[in-house]
Design a binder for this molecule. Structure first.
Ligand code: MRU
Length: 363
């Protein structure tokens, strides 16, 4: 997507042919800063500190992290060490493990002297495939938005989204936002309710910035406003992303997603989840019990960061000193609350049987 007229992906190979460029998402929307990753540790820390975040982008960064590790040493031991280091960075997004497995498969039978070039080749392909995958999600999701637009006879279609599942969370296009960009570009009158998404405010900071940069009408709301808006007929549909979807259709996504799905069910608002094939965890059926939920640091709750009137970006404390805090970063929305999954192979009800029709090779 474009930033001030220049086309960007969220991750790229630098002109030197080996280091990796990313956008530092911790300082958006106040500053647009790019960062060079030069080592495995740079890549791992970028994932841990959420300079890069969003399930597909975490996977793509891990793929390049393995390239950077192999530049230092191409042995089996070093490959395994790199995979382990990266796999431990964030627990919930399954795309991380998917990308590491893809890299391992491409490299384990490759002679050490050919490993660096093979790794860069596979990492670049993972990125290119992600862009095409998300474009396909956009195409299938657009059909759904078109149905809602037809029902509203051309009236404005109001879509609620949570967290950031836009191009910044993937290599390009996004998952939940891909259909919205396509609908907007197609001339459909779409408006997006953007949940601010505490504690890190990926909605207020990233989704709003993305949508604004592309000219998509949107309004930022506090996380607790969605239910009220649904009760008053102001939300036509919800579209969110996911970090891991069980084969049963249970969906892990940013904390607060479950409450939006409950409110949507109570108000007959369709609740869609957009995801690439790399986000489906075919090995599990009970999302609630089997998806690991990341617990993040207390400072994400006790402080908020923002820009002061003078322009300085700072973090301020907001909780009573000494209060205990808990920070589960994701929750699981049971399949029964999901209207449809929008995948790169088409849309389907959230169940193992229906997913298997779209992905017969996994059945
Ligand atoms: O903690 P984050 O910012 O990595 O969480 C991101 C989300 O929850 C997204 O909704 C999800 O990764 C889908 S991104 C295409």
């Amino acid at each position: 997507m474009k930033v001030d007229g220049t086309a960007y992906r969220s991750i790229w190979l630098s002109d030197d042919g080996w280091s990796v460029g990313i956008i530092d998402q911790t300082v958006l929307p106040h500053r647009f800063v790019t960062v060079r990753l030069e080592t495995l540790e740079d890549a791992a820390v970028a994932i841990e500190t959420m300079q890069v975040r969003g399930a597909p982008l975490i996977g793509a960064t891990a793929a390049y992290g393995i390239c950077l590790a192999l530049r230092a040493e191409t042995t089996d031991e070093n490959l395994e060490k790199a995979c382990e280091r990266l796999a431990g960075t964030r627990p919930t997004a399954v795309n991380l493990h998917w990308a590491i497995d893809e890299m391992r498969r491409a490299l384990e039978n490759t002679a050490p002297e050919d490993r660096v070039s093979a790794a860069y080749e596979r990492a670049a392909l993972i990125c290119d495939e992600d862009v095409e995958t998300n474009r396909q999600i956009g195409v299938h999701g657009l059909e759904i938005i078109k149905e809602h637009a037809a029902r509203k006879k051309g009236g404005r279609v109001n879509i609620l989204t949570h967290c950031n599942a836009g191009w910044l969370a993937t290599v390009d296009w996004g998952t939940a936002l891909a259909p919205i960009y396509m609908a907007h570009d197609d001339g459909i009158d779409v408006h997006v309710w953007v949940d601010e998404t505490r504690p890190r405010n990926q909605g207020a900071a990233l989704t709003a910035w993305e949508l604004g940069s592309h000219g998509v009408p949107h309004t930022v709301i506090v996380d607790n406003a969605g239910g009220h808006l649904m009760q008053h007929g102001k939300v036509d549909l919800c579209i969110v992303g996911t970090d891991r979807t069980a084969a049963s259709g249970d969906v892990a996504n940013k904390i607060g997603t479950y409450l939006k799905a409950l409110a949507a069910k109570d108000n007959n608002v369709p609740f869609y989840v957009a995801l690439p094939h790399s986000t489906i965890d075919w090995s599990i059926d009970d999302g609630l019990r089997e998806i690991p939920i990341e617990e993040r640091g207390p400072e994400e709750i006790t402080t908020v960061s923002g820009r002061s009137g003078e322009g300085a970006v700072d973090s301020v404390s907001i909780t009573a000193p000494g209060s205990a805090v808990a920070n589960p970063a994701f929750d699981v929305t049971p399949a029964r609350l999901v209207t449809k999954l929008i995948t790169d192979r088409g849309s389907c009800p959230p169940s193992r049987e229906d997913l298997a029709v779209l992905f017969p090779e996994k059945a």
